[in-house]
Design a binder for this molecule. Sequence first.
Ligand SMILES: Cc1cc2nc3c(=O)[nH]c(=O)nc-3n(C[C@H](O)[C@H](O)[C@H](O)COP(=O)(O)O)c2cc1C
Length: 210
Amino acid sequence: MSIHVAIVYYSATGTLQEMAERLEQAALAAGASVRRRHVREIAPREAIESREEWAAHVAAVADEPVAEPDDVVWADVVLLGSPTRFGNVTSQFQAFIDTLGPHWSEGKLADKVYAGFTSSQTAHGGQESTLLSIYRMVAHFGGLVVAPGYTDPVKFVDGNPYGVSHATGAQNDAPLDDAALEALDHLANRTIDIANRLKGAPAEAPRPLG
Ligand SMILES: Cc1cc2nc3c(=O)[nH]c(=O)nc-3n(C[C@H](O)[C@H](O)[C@H](O)COP(=O)(O)O)c2cc1C
């Protein structure tokens, strides 16, 4: 049976959307079944319309399915993504997590593989604290945090052992670079590999570090 991967994320202006789509491609290429789901937008209409790129993104994903708690329950691997806001996850992302109480109380979030991804405007603007915020919640679930660490040469290039992150830059529009794309592929492959091993499959050989 294929590994079930849920990619659950929030994006206001499309960066996390692109990261999630890359994770989806990598997970599908690895033979997984994938549910890529953005979390429901809950900001007031006036706030969204105050930023052209935010309104454009909301319109662009209007027909895509939103995340439901069952998507997390269904998954063997849960990849959680939020932009960094003041060094933390967004309120939209947190609001989704807060709907998981009944599933948490029934133990339905436990024993899964979890990993995080984020973006921020500046490289030191809180990517690590956002990822650690995600993992703090995963600890409450009884989930298995499968951080990438330095388990592949690309991690010495993208430089984030906590998850995958991207800096959007001064204009908030810097495209994902090759290292980020490769690191997303690695995160998908690694989490699927670990989930397979939890089901009794032999370990995949890692790439040598140098
Ligand atoms: C209210 C707010 C707070 C933010 N806080 C931070 C921050 O603490 N550090 C940082 O580097 N960028 C910060 N940013 C920039 C966002 O992280 C950036 O716009 C986001 O990663 C883009 O992702 P998206 O395109 O998926 O929405 C903030 C943006 C907003 C709107």
